[in-house]
Design a protein around this ligand. Structure first.
Ligand SMILES: Cc1cc2nc3c(=O)[nH]c(=O)nc-3n(C[C@H](O)[C@H](O)[C@H](O)COP(=O)(O)OP(=O)(O)OC[C@H]3O[C@@H](n4cnc5c(N)ncnc54)[C@H](O)[C@@H]3O)c2cc1C
Ligand SMILES: *[C@@H]1O[C@H](CO)[C@@H](O)[C@H](O)[C@H]1NC(C)=O
Ligand SMILES: *[C@@H]1O[C@H](CO)[C@@H](O)[C@H](O)[C@H]1NC(C)=O
Ligand SMILES: *[C@@H]1O[C@H](CO)[C@@H](O)[C@H](O)[C@H]1NC(C)=O
Ligand SMILES: *[C@@H]1O[C@H](CO)[C@@H](O)[C@H](O)[C@H]1NC(C)=O
Ligand SMILES: *[C@@H]1O[C@H](CO)[C@@H](O)[C@H](O)[C@H]1NC(C)=O
Ligand SMILES: *[C@@H]1O[C@H](CO)[C@@H](O)[C@H](O)[C@H]1NC(C)=O
Ligand SMILES: *[C@@H]1O[C@H](CO)[C@@H](O)[C@H](O)[C@H]1NC(C)=O
Ligand SMILES: *[C@@H]1O[C@H](CO)[C@@H](O)[C@H](O)[C@H]1NC(C)=O
Length: 537
C-alpha cells in the first residue's frame, strides 16, 4: 500500500517536472510534500554555512534536513572519563584542530575567525614537542623527521613545477623518492614519514596526489599560517557553528529537521524532490547536497534519481575518503612525560601501528586528566574499527608496554573510539586527492546537476579535508543559488550574486583531459586562491 502510493508519487512528480511547475505531488501520508525554495541536505559546517549565506541574501525559505539529533556533522564530541570531581571531559571524535590560522594583514582561516569570536578554547600544537620510541623503548630518531622536512623544501618546488608547466601528476611517493627520501624497510623512517604525511591526509604517500597534496598544504599552511591549534573546549568544538546557527535559526525553528534521514533524491532542471525514512517528502526549487563523499559512494545510503551521469559518477568513484581514528584512554596516573605533547612509536613490523600518542594531560590541554589518545588511519584504522574494544585495548596496551618498559601499565579507567568507516551518515572521515587526476575531475565533484548542487569539504579544491573547506564551499553554494534565484526574480543584471565564480550552473567536464593547464587554476574550477602565496613574504 505504502510502496504503491509512493511509486505513484514519484511517477507523478517525474511527469510534473519540466511540465507544469504549479503541480505538486501528494505524499503517501497526510497531504502534500512540504515545499521550500532551497532544501539543504545535511546540517554540518557546509549545510549551516549555506543556510547563513542564503539568509544573508534575504532568502529565508529553506529547510535543513539532518540525520542526527544535532547539527555539526563531523565536528562532533562526546563526554569521556571524569575529572577529580567526577565531571566528564569533552573529547572530539571528529575535527579537532584549526589548521592554518592567519597572519596580520594576510588572509585568515574563517574557522580561526569564529574560534576567536566565540572564545573556543584551543592550544598551539607544538610538533617539536615529540619523543620517539620503538619496540625496545625510547630511541631518538627525531633526526629522520628533520631529514623529511629538509626534503620537503625541495619537493614542494618540484610540485610547483608540475603545476606551472602542465606536467603529469605523480604519486606523493614518487615525489618523495625524486627528492631523495626513501624510507624503504627502515621502520623508524616509515614512522617519521607517517607522522609527516599520513597523520594529516589519512592516506599513505603511495595513494596520494603529489601536486594537489602540496597545493592543499600550501593553501592552508602558507596562505594562512603554519600553526595548528588543538581545541579543548568543554562545550565542544562545534559551539562556534551552533552560535552562528542561532543568529538566524530560532529555538525549535521549523526549518531545521533533525533526526530526519534522507533516503531518496529526485532531481531535474526544474526542481528537487527529497524523501525521508519517515515517509514524508520535501519539494524544493533547489537543493544543496552536503553529504560526505563516503555517503555519495555508498550504494546503501542515499539513492539519487535518475542515476548520476557518467561525469559525476566518475568523479565520485575517483576521489577517496579516508578513515582517521582517535583512540582515547584515561588512566589513574600520567606515566608518560607530562611536558611532552606527542609520542611517536615505530612498530618493528607494521607501518602505522598505533604510531602517534598524544597527551591531553599536559599544560594547555586538560592538565592532570591522565588522558592520552592514539591515532590510526587508513588500513590500520579499518582493521581496528572492525575489532572489539577489548581486542583494540589489548593491542594498544602492549604497544605502551613496549614504549615504556619500566612502567607497569595500569588498566585504563576509561576507553573509547569511534568507527568512522561504518558510521552511516559519514562512511569515512575526510577526503583525499588520489594520484594522477586533474582539476577537471575534481570540478565534476563540485558541479551541480540540474537544480541539485553539491557542497562539503570534499568539493573544496583548495581546502579539501578541512573544516574551512566545508565552510567556503557551503558559502559558495548558498551564494550561487541565491544569485540564480535573484536572476529568476528578474533582477537580471542587478543580481545579488556576490560570488566570484558566478551564479547558477557550475562548469563541468564531460570529456576529461590528462593534465591540468595553468590557466585552469581559477575560481571557476574552485581554485581562486594563489597556491604560491606565502603569508608575510
Ligand atoms: C576523525 C576526523 C578528524 C578530523 N580532523 C579535522 C581537523 O582537525 N581539522 C579540520 O579542519 N578538519 C578535520 N576533519 C574534517 C572536518 O570534520 C570536515 O571537513 C567537516 O566537518 C565536513 O563538513 P561537511 O559539512 O562537509 O560534512 P559533514 O560534517 O559530514 O555534514 C554533512 C551532514 O549530512 C548529514 N547526513 C548524512 N547523510 C544523511 C542522510 N541520509 N540524511 C540526512 N542527513 C544526512 C550528516 O549527519 C552531517 O551532519 C576531521 C574529520 C574527521 C572525521
Ligand atoms: C553572512 O553575513 C555576516 C554579516 O555580514 C558575515 O559575518 C557572514 O560571514 C556571512 N556568512 C556567509 C556564509 O556568507
Ligand atoms: C573565554 O574562555 C576562557 C577559557 O575557557 C575563559 O577563561 C574566559 O572567561 C572566556 N572569555 C569570554 C569572553 O567568554
Ligand atoms: C608551494 O609553495 C612553495 C613555497 O612557496 C613553492 O615553492 C611551491 O612551488 C608551491 N607548490 C605548489 C604545488 O603550489
Ligand atoms: C523547544 O523544544 C523543547 C523540547 O521539545 C522545549 O522544551 C522548549 O520549550 C521549546 N522551546 C521553544 C522556544 O519553543
Ligand atoms: C503530516 O502533516 C503535518 C502537518 O502538515 C506534518 O508536520 C507532518 O510531517 C506530515 N506527516 C507526513 C508523514 O507527511
Ligand atoms: C629499536 O631500537 C633499538 C635501540 O636503538 C635497536 O637496537 C633496534 O634495532 C630498533 N628496532 C628496529 C626494528 O629498528
Ligand atoms: C594505578 O593503578 C595501579 C593498578 O592498576 C596501581 O598499581 C597504581 O598505584 C595506581 N596509581 C595511582 C596513582 O593510584
Ligand atoms: C538595476 O540597477 C540599475 C542601476 O543601479 C537601475 O537603474 C535599475 O532600475 C535596476 N533594475 C532592477 C530590476 O532592479
Amino acid at each position: 500500500m505504502f510502496v504503491n502510493s509512493f511509486v505513484a508519487l514519484i511517477g507523478l512528480w517525474a511527469l510534473s517536472v519540466g511540465a507544469a511547475p504549479s503541480f505538486y505531488p501528494r505524499d503517501s501520508g497526510n497531504g502534500t510534500c512540504r515545499k521550500t525554495k532551497v532544501a539543504i541536505l545535511g546540517g554540518g559546517v557546509a549545510g549551516i554555512t549555506a543556510a547563513q549565506a542564503l539568509t544573508n541574501q534575504s532568502i529565508t525559505d529553506f529547510l535543513i534536513v539532518e540525520y542526527n539529533g544535532d547539527i555539526g556533522g563531523r565536528m562532533v564530541h562526546t563526554p569521556f572519563g571524569a575529572d577529580q570531581a567526577g565531571n566528564p571531559y569533552t573529547v572530539e571524535l571528529g575535527a579537532n584542530w584549526i589548521q592554518g590560522l592567519g597572519t596580520e594583514g594576510g588572509p585568515e582561516n574563517p574557522i580561526w575567525t569564529f574560534g576567536k569570536k566565540y572564545n573556543i578554547s584551543n592550544t598551539y600544537s607544538d610538533y617539536e614537542s615529540i619523543l620517539t620510541y620503538n619496540e625496545t623503548g625510547a630511541v631518538d630518531f627525531t633526526n629522520l623527521i628533520g631529514d623529511f622536512e629538509t626534503a620537503w623544501t625541495d619537493f614542494e618546488q618540484a610540485a610547483g613545477t608540475i603545476l606551472t608547466e602542465n606536467l603529469q601528476d605523480r604519486s606523493f611517493r614518487a615525489g618523495l623518492s625524486q627528492a631523495g627520501w626513501k624510507p624503504k624497510k627502515n621502520m623508524a623512517a616509515q614512522a617519521a614519514e607517517w607522522w609527516e604525511w599520513d597523520f594529516e591526509t589519512s592516506y599513505p604517500p603511495d595513494e596520494s596526489s603529489f601536486v594537489f597534496g602540496i597545493t592543499g598544504y600550501n593553501l592552508s599552511f602558507y596562505q594562512f599560517s603554519d600553526e595548528n591549534n588543538f581545541v579543548t573546549d568543554q562545550r565542544g568544538f562545534n559551539h562556534w557553528l551552533k552560535s552562528i546557527a542561532s543568529t538566524f535559526l530560532t529555538a525549535n525553528d521549523t526549518r531545521l529537521l533533525l533526526d530526519t534521514i534522507v533516503t531518496d533524491v529526485h532531481y531535474s532542471d526544474t526542481g528537487v524532490l527529497v524523501t525521508t525514512e519517515d515517509g514524508s517528502c520535501i519539494e524544493a526549487d533547489y537543493a544543496i547536497c552536503t553529504f560526505s563523499l563516503g555517503v555519495l559512494q555508498n550504494d546503501d545510503a542515499v539513492t539519487f534519481h535518475p542515476e548520476f551521469p557518467e561525469w559525476k559518477d566518475t568523479s565520485i568513484a575517483t576521489f577517496q575518503i579516508g578513515t582517521y581514528t582517535k583512540i582515547f584512554f584515561q588512566f589513574n596516573e600520567t606515566f608518560w612525560d607530562p611536558d611532552t605533547q606527542f609520542f611517536l612509536y615505530a612498530s618493528p613490523t607494521t607501518r602505522g601501528y598505533y604510531p602517534v600518542w598524544q597527551s591531553l594531560s599536559t599544560e594547555g590541554f586538560h592538565p592532570d586528566s591522565n588522558i592520552i589518545f592514539a591515532t590510526v588511519v587508513g588500513r590500520e584504522a579499518y582493521r581496528i574499527e572492525a575489532q572489539s574494544d577489548d581486542e583494540t585495548k589489548a593491542e594498544a596496551l602492549e604497544v605502551l608496554a613496549q614504549m615504556f618498559p619500566d612502567v607497569d601499565i595500569p588498566e585504563p579507567t576509561a576507553f573509547l573510539y569511534p568507527r568512522w568507516s561504518t558510521t552511516p551518515w559519514s562512511y569515512g572521515s575526510y577526503s583525499n586527492w588520489p594520484v594522477g587526476t586533474t582539476l577537471e575531475t575534481h570540478q565534476n565533484l563540485r558541479a551541480n546537476i540540474g537544480r541539485l548542487y553539491f557542497a562539503g569539504e570534499h568539493t573544496s579544491t583548495e581546502y579539501f579535508g578541512f573544516l574551512h573547506g566545508a565552510w567556503f564551499e557551503g558559502r559558495e553554494a548558498g551564494q550561487r543559488i541565491a544569485g540564480v534565484i535573484a536572476k529568476d526574480a528578474e533582477y537580471g543584471a542587478n543580481s545579488t550574486c556576490k560570488n566570484e565564480a558566478g551564479c547558477g550552473d557550475h562548469v563541468k567536464y564531460e570529456v576529461l583531459h590528462g593534465t591540468t593547464e595553468l590557466y585552469e587554476y581559477n575560481a571557476l574550477n574552485g581554485m581562486g586562491a594563489d597556491p604560491f602565496y606565502v603569508a608575510g613574504s
